[in-house]
Design a protein around this ligand. Structure first.
Ligand SMILES: [Zn+2]
Ligand SMILES: [Zn+2]
Length: 368
């Protein structure tokens, strides 16, 4: 890592990058009076608000098909997401092999959509406040560079993170002692503001559209499900609108806690919480290559989020071919072309495909 560099214009920055030819380029989200001096003398003036949505943090069923991990201490390994510690030796350091799979990157896009919806509707930011990027690997970055957010400290950013990830919600209006006096029972209740108001809205829509299947998805079956479907109008008018959550027979506190937890889980966005709360964060620079893929970090307009195709639009190398020996790779697509799967074989590929495999540690270039 070479740090504490600055350039006063774009040509100076270009020269700096060309001289070093690094595998990855980052810039600081912070604004400093003196960017080149020691951290404690830089003079922090503020920082952009940055969100990092990475497939590494989102559980996907395809993880097992394309991800591998090996314990650095004992060499034990497996497929899928790496465990917190090695089941054999309790070691905590791993070598991991992940893959920028379409489905995983798609799940990151879905989380990004939910994040932006909350930032717009609940935090009052508008479309012009966001810059949206494909990260160059397995996710998306959302930058807010608006002057009014720059001086938010770490604690304020943590509050935003908690809101976005659904932490600290208190859905119990009060505790009530059970008839036998042995244990307290939680009574469901919703406050009228912020995330609670959003949740109430979701509950209303969920009940309006409720079917046997949708209720089962939320874990509501049997008598409770029957009661909701049979007395939908009363449930909406009395429970949801008037907050008399216990006023329809068969639809009790536990049913509401369950529905609320289910809807909250659908609503929250899985972001990298450490990135957002850090006010000195180093972030990959737009227009540079990601060292783990050879893809570009690219910006695109927010209204293109739904149809943005990273496997076409973030491809940097568009010409030439290269011969490689591939150890293993799942099937993948770049633009219109599909490649693989490969197991221990020699292939000639377009440069972008060869670079992706080499960057992922799955292939080596054959000298010609
Ligand atoms: Zn181990
Ligand atoms: Zn995947």
């Amino acid at each position: 890592m070479i740090r504490h560099r600055s350039a006063s214009n774009i040509s100076g920055l270009r020269r700096l990058i060309c001289d070093l030819a690094p595998s990855d380029v980052y810039y600081s989200s912070a604004y400093y009076e003196n960017p080149e001096v020691d951290m404690d003398k830089k003079g922090w003036q503020g920082a952009d608000l940055v969100f990092d949505i990475d497939a590494d943090h989102i559980p996907n069923s395809c993880d097992k098909a394309h991800d591998e991990w090996t314990c650095k201490t004992c060499g034990f390994g497996g497929t899928g997401a790496q465990p917190a510690c090695c089941p054999k030796c309790n070691g905590e350091k791993f070598d991991t092999k992940t893959w920028p799979c379409e489905r995983c990157v798609g799940s990151a896009k879905h989380e990004t959509k939910k994040l932006i919806d909350m930032l717009e509707k609940d935090f009052g930011l508008s479309e012009s406040d966001f810059r949206v990027f494909f990260s160059g690997h397995r996710g998306y970055h959302v930058h807010v560079e608006t002057a009014s957010i720059r001086t938010l400290d770490s604690m304020a950013r943590k509050e935003m993170v908690d809101y976005i990830t659904g932490q600290g919600l208190n859905l119990a209006r009060r505790e009530k002692a059970s008839p036998d006096g042995a244990s307290a029972r939680r009574v469901f209740g919703l406050r009228e503001f912020g995330r609670y108001a959003r949740l109430k809205n979701d509950i209303r829509e969920f009940i309006e559209a409720a079917s046997k299947e949708s209720l089962a998805n939320a874990g509501i079956k049997g008598a409770s499900a029957t009661a909701i479907l049979q007395f939908k109008k009363q449930v909406l008018e009395r429970c949801v609108e008037k907050g008399m959550w216990n006023s329809v027979r068969g639809v009790g506190d536990e049913t509401w806690f369950r529905i609320a937890a289910y809807l909250t889980n659908l609503q929250i966005s899985i972001i990298d919480t450490v990135v957002t709360t850090d006010v000195h964060r180093l972030i990959r620079m737009e227009g540079t290559l990601h060292g783990k893929s050879g893809f570009l970090k690219v910006e695109f307009p927010l209204n293109r989020l739904a149809d943005f195709d990273p496997f076409r639009e973030a491809v940097a190398f568009k010409e030439g071919r290269a011969k490689v020996i591939v150890s293993s790779a799942p099937q993948f697509r770049l633009g219109e072309a599909t490649f693989g799967p490969y197991t221990r074989q020699e292939v000639e590929l377009p440069t972008a495909a060869a670079i992706l495999l080499v960057c992922k540690g799955r292939a080596e270039v054959i000298e010609s």
